[in-house]
Design a protein around this ligand. Structure first.
Ligand SMILES: [Zn+2]
Length: 331
């Protein structure tokens, strides 16, 4: 029998207030009921061997009750506390609250710096350790923000969302594996830059040639094909579909397919992610489930078990995985 390949498995959780994602951005009086479900999630993950990473935003880090729920397992070293920047609820709020300004890449870099400084010190005060990993709210990153993060002592960024673009930024063309992002183009690798590493979440297709099917998906999403919904057709007939290693968006069987195809492509870091607010049924209007916590817990368990039949799993937090990557990379 062939020896199984060794892979890293990361589970990162955006740990944040709950709100209706189709509504306005909450700037104060946050609802944080979902955080009460975190200890149970942590207990389950710990029993599976997962070394969780929590990307905690300012609303959570600034709330004593939420911190008290998370601090015990953080103090035991069972997880990593990382930083998550939701500009609309992270002081100072000098900008107008709107869709455009909800994306960190659209803000003045001086304002980003003030928000980052406040977030970093709040996390350090709350949890007693300095965060080393960072993710923007709603994804997206650029060179100046990466440089700023490095200047503030961050060594890992995880704001790249593969195969995604919107009117403000694109992640199209970025590596699916960890890479040293250039400060002049965050999607390109610059091996001279070795201060901060990019650790993208795992996204792909149910076909091995991700690039081809991504191209096809992009093409079919645009005119003149838009009117007959070819993406939906391809999806439902199983011809091809985009899959996220995300238990709130993808079924067990889809994620298994993504793992199979990614292993064939030589991927050795599997990075699953979710939002803490999805654990609370109906809280965001995003995940349709009567018992969201249970559905997510089952999918995480299924995927860990499945991956363990395919590979030797090295469970690590995001910074641990980045450090191992650097070691292998000879940095
Ligand atoms: Zn978020």
């Amino acid at each position: 029998m062939n020896k199984k390949e060794s892979v890293d498995f990361i589970l990162s959780i955006d740990t944040e207030e709950e709100w209706d994602w189709s509504g306005t951005f909450p700037t104060r009086d946050f609802r944080l009921d979902n955080i009460k479900l975190i200890p149970e999630l942590q207990e389950m993950c710990h029993a599976l061997g997962i070394r969780t990473t929590y990307f905690v935003d300012h609303a959570v880090a600034d709330n004593e009750e939420s911190v008290a729920l998370m601090k015990p397992f953080s103090d035991r070293g069972e997880c990593e506390i990382a930083a998550h920047l939701h500009p609309w609820c992270n002081p100072p709020i000098d900008e107008e609250i709107n869709e455009r300004n909800s994306h960190v890449v659209n803000l003045d870099i001086a304002l980003v710096e003030k928000k980052l400084a406040e977030l970093t010190v709040t996390l350090e005060t709350a949890f007693g350790c300095k965060p080393t990993a960072f993710r923007t709210g709603r994804w997206g990153i650029d060179g100046p923000i990466l440089k700023l993060l490095a200047d503030y002592g961050y060594t890992v960024d995880s704001s790249v969302y593969p195969f995604y673009s919107n009117e403000f930024f694109t992640c199209q063309g970025a590596s699916l594996n960890p890479y040293w992002p250039s400060f002049s183009d965050s999607l390109k690798e610059d091996r001279q830059q070795n201060r901060i590493i990019e650790m993208p979440v795992t996204v792909g297709f149910n076909r091995v040639n991700f690039e081809l099917f991504n191209h096809l998906q992009e093409k079919l999403s645009n005119k003149p094909y838009k009117w007959f919904h070819p993406i939906g057709l391809a999806w439902h007939t199983g011809i091809f579909k985009k899959i996220y290693l995300c238990p709130e968006m993808s079924t067990t069987s889809d994620m298994q397919s993504l793992i199979d195809k990614s292993l064939i492509r030589g991927q050795r870091v599997f990075h699953m992610y979710l939002h803490s607010s999805s654990l609370l049924s109906g809280a965001t209007g995003f995940m349709e489930s009567k018992d969201a916590f249970n559905d997510i817990a089952i999918r995480i368990t299924n995927i860990v078990k499945y991956l363990s039949t395919k590979a030797e799993i090295n469970f690590c937090t995001i910074t641990e995985s980045a450090n191992q990557y650097m070691k292998r990379d000879g940095q």
